[in-house]
Each structure stands twice: as C-alpha cells, then as structure tokens.
Design a protein around this ligand. Sequence first.
Ligand code: IVH
Length: 681
Amino acid sequence: MNELSNAEARIENLINEINQHNYNYYMLDNPTISDYEFDKLLQELVKLESQYPQFRRVDSPTQRVGGEINKHFQTAEHIYPMQSLGNTYSREDILEFDRRVGELISEDYEYICELKYDGVAISLIYEAGTLTRAVTRGDGVRGDVVTANVRTIKTVPLKLQGDYPDFLEVRGEIIMPFSSFEMLNAEREEVGEQPFANPRNAASGSLKLQDSSIVAKRGLDFKLYFALGENLPENNHFDLLQKLHSWGFKKPDVLEKQKKLEGVFTFINYWDVERKNLPYPIDGAVVKINNFLQQQQIGATSKSPRWAIAYKFKAERVSTRLLSVDFQVGRTGIVTPVANLEPVSLAGTIVKRATLNNYSFIKDFDIRYNDYLFVEKGGEIIPKIVGVDFDKRLSDSQPVFFITDCPECGTALKQTDGESGIFCPNAEHCAPQIKGRLEHFISRKAMNIDSLGEGKVDMLFANGLVRNVADFYSLSSEQLIGLEKVIENEDGKTKTISFREKTVANILLGIEESKKVPFERVLFALGIRFVGEVTAKKIARHFTTMDVVANATKEELMLVEDVGERVAESMITFFNNTDNLEILMRLKDAGLQFEILADNTSASNKLEGKTIVVSGVFTISREKIKEIIEQNGGKNTSSISKSTSFVLAGDKMGPEKRKKAESLDIPIITEDEFWKIIGEI
Ligand code: IVH
C-alpha cells in the first residue's frame, strides 16, 4: 500500500471508530474509552484531514467542531412543507379533538404523547445515510440552510447506521438545555452583551451564527419528533421512532402510548408539574394519532395536521413574600424599583429578585411590604410579577413608598414625561449615570474599546481618573500603572488587583484604535437619550458631520426617517448643554471621527452598468444618493425608459413615475434595499 491509500484507510477507520464512541457517549450514555483517549483519536483525525484534505468527508466527526464561516445563509424549499400544530390551552379542546377523530375513523386508535420542546424546528435530510442538509422551518415552505451549524450538534447523527432508507427526512427541535443557557448568558453579561431572554431565542440565535465553531460551543441539543420519506419501514409513529433510534438517533426521553383519553390527561397533568425538573425547556405536550393510515384518513388543513394537537402549558406561577424593595438608577437616570423576594423555586431556577418596573406598576397592583406576590415564568426566562395574593395580606400592611431622593446622590427625583417613571435629574454628577454613560461609550456597538471591559471602567472611576467620556482620551500610562482595586470574592475574602504594564499598554492601544470608529458609531456612543444604533446611523448619514448635527433645528432633525419629536427634542437638549459641547470639543481634538468619511460610502463597482432613476425623499439628500450611485459605478438619469435598470424610490415617489416604471416592468427598489446592495446595512 502506498502512503495515500494508507492515509485514506486510516481516516476511514478513525471516522468509524470516533463515530462509534460518540454514539456510545451521547446516545447510549455508555462511553467505553476515556476522554483523553477520545481526544487523541480526534486529534489524529484532524491532523490527517488537514494533510490530506481530499479525504475529508462531510460525515467526519471533525465537522462537529465547526469552523466553516457562513456569510449569508442560503434558503431552500422544503421537500415536504413544514406544517405547525394546532395549539390549545384547554382540556375541552382536547375532548373536542378526540371527538372529531372518533367521527373520522371507525376502528380503534391509539395516541402517542410527547413533550412539546421549546426550541427551533429543524428538517434534516439524509441521502444514502449521510446528513446532507439541515434547514430551519422559515415560513414553512422555505427555510435557511444551516447545515454547517447543525453538524456541530452531537445528537444529530452525521452518518446513519443499519438498514436506513436511501432518502430520509427527519424533523425535530433544536433546543438549548438550561445549563448551557445559563452559562452562555453569564458569559454574555460578563462582556457587556445583552443576555438572551430565553433558551428558545438563544437556540435560534445560535443557529444563525456565522461561525460554526462558536455554535459548537453553545451546547445545543436535538430532540427528534417526526420523520418522512418514501417507503418507510413502519406503519406507525411509535415504531418509526424506535427504528430511527436503530439508525442512530437518540430516543425521545419521554414517549407514551395511550389508548384512552384519561391516559392522555394524566400525561399532560404529570408533565405540567414535572417539567420544572427537566433539564431543558418544554412549553406543552403533543398528542398524535399513532397509526399512519389513520393519520392519512384524518388528513390535514393547509396549516396543520388534524391528527395531532399541541396542548400548551400555562406559565408557571408561584407566590412568594416581598421582603424589601431596592431602587436602581440606570444610565439615563431612570429609577427602577426591584423586589427582593423570599427565595422560591420556579421553572427550574431559584427566584430572589424581580423588577417592579415603575411607580404606576406598584400603584396599580397595590403592592405592599410583606405581601405575597404571584411570580410567573412563561416562555421568558425572566420572572415576572403578575399580581398580589390578597388572601395572604396582613391587616397592618404598609404600602411600598416610592423614594423622593436619589438613592445614589441624594438629588430630588423628578417625574418622567410619561408620568409612570421617576428619574434623577443630576445626570452630570450621579455615579451610576456617569458610569452607565462611560460603559455605554466603550461598548461593542459604540466605540468598541474592549480593553476597558471587565470592571476596568469602575476602577478608573473609583480612582477619579474618568468623569466623562472625553477623559478616556487624556489617560496616560503613568496614571494607570499600579492602579489598584480591591475585589470581594463570593466567599467574602478580598483580593487586590493592580494594573501592570501589559494591561496598561493594551488599554491605551484600545483607546487609540477607537479613533478610527466611524462617525455614526461615535454619535451613538454619546448616549443621547432615545438615539439608538439605527437612529444614530440615519442621522449621521443625513447630516454627514457632527457640526451640522449639533446645529440642526428640531424641524430639520425630524426630516430624518425614524426621528420623531421625542428624539429631536432629546438631541436639541443634548447639544444645548455646555458641558456636552465641551466634551465634544475635546473628543474632536482627540481625533475621533466627526464626519462620514468619503470612502465610507464609495469605491465599489456594485452598480456598474446600471442606469438608475432616483425619485422621492430619502433619509439623506437626493444629491448625496446620486453621488453614492456614481461612486459605486452606477449612472443617474432623470427619466424612465426601457434602458433603466431600476428606480430607486424614496418616500412620496411621483405616481406618474411609478406608473411608467410598472408599465415597462422596471424594478422599483426601496432605500433599505439600496443600502443592502451597496453593502452598508
Ligand atoms: S410534531 C406535522 N412534535 O411545535 C407536525 N412538533 O406548531 C409536526 N414541536 O413547529 C410537528 N415538540 O417545532 C411535533 N413533539 C413534538 C414537538 C413539536 C415541539 C414544535 C414544532 C412545531 C411546533 C408546533
């Protein structure tokens, strides 16, 4: 044998061996080698595949670690449309479902009861036993192709075993277990990213990630519930699931055959309570007719099968005592009351705190100290207070009084415009507001100075080195080296950390690099109330320089798409404040981008050969749009003819122009679509 065929044979052996170990570990829960031995086999395979890429196979276990970068997901049409299930919250509907089934089929029938997994539906296509495509549900007809990402999920077999059919479509749910979810959110919060609201969003967000090696680390799992194909070997759902297990899929953890409706209700009642002990989220139970022929007889509507129904559980609810209320001051000065509750277990986690939102919330619910509050956790993982258990109210209970002075700086609080909220007006000197603005300024979507993350801003603030965002740009290494902070561990012990030279150099480099951040993000980073990332972008594009933005009138500001009265007024207030103007001067002197750079919008040939007619009102001036068209290789003309490539239509495009374009079949595209073509959004 020569070297090449040796390598090929070894790769083949390794793939088979590792796949078998994966199967033993993930499907059978019965590993036969140590993690160390397993890693050695995997490393050998990785090495051989990189030496001999011609022998790399799509069903190789190395695909599980990801690495492929998907710039955009392609979409694909489902071979069989992906229907959803009829939902119900009531037992009467289940009775009604059973009555309809009874009318349609004369012989006996059985139900299969399953859990309703709370994740993202997925279709897996196996051709000749190999996973060739994974597609999300999308609109049921077409979904996103997320194969590389799904290959990283250990419970999705890459290669089937045994007597599998030539073509097979397997459906199920991609879910994120609670443990992975909590870890992921903790990591996100640590780096200042928004945590996911619930495991379903986290699973869905993970599947849409562009780098599959990150997906591989997200701890996703696959739960099988359905399969399709020509000439499948079994005539009922239950047996087919067993067969799928023999081909390499994990058996559903919970699966029950029930001949009587009582059994179905027992199943539902049991899991409604027991779900809190499951390691992953479910939001109901699914009841299916077992026999395929009977399923066919019962049929389907255009949206969902009539032979199955989903019973959705109501949000879990407990009542627990309100111990005290904290008042937290946020970046914009808004004061949020937070309830400290007697710790209580709810849907798999211990709840100790929950937001009381604002003053009206407390007043409307008439919440008093020592009250028992109902706390719910539905699809959202964040517990919500939904009411007071008045039966348990003490006769001498005291209402929760809203504070009148800021708990942080003592300034008298004011009512917000909407009346429901209260805020501290001392924006300049109230510590959490200053720190909030500093944190916002360095955050990823703003100036992205990640070398200042992980509590470093706190440290700089505590040492009096930064009071506003311009101060970052005056920091020197002499000021920073040796700076100390005492931190308290969970066990109550304290330790002192201090900045070393390397950290300091890194911080200063990050600050220096931020001077290249484009104008629109600088505008967002200023933290002007109500000016989010997208609004900042639109304002920056419209006015193109900070000077023009700062001098714009309310009316001029309101010409920008998405800028209403509230945003415009907030902008005016910001730019009328002399402290802010001084900060802006210092930022400008430091060299931050205060205008849209010419090359931000130019230099591409994306519109080469295109003749374009621009009509209507845009978020930036029409002249600027025409300039951008030319910079990207396009040609502007004023009248529509057969040779027009497309019409770029803003708001209030002339009806005559539209009619003409339509009669000549000339495509009309929106401003958003235009930015997408240019690659700017
Ligand atoms: S069966 C043709 N079984 O719930 C019927 N679906 O609207 C195919 N789901 O989109 C669905 N657990 O993503 C089925 N045990 C289960 C399920 C389940 C969760 C999801 C599925 C579907 C939605 C129902």
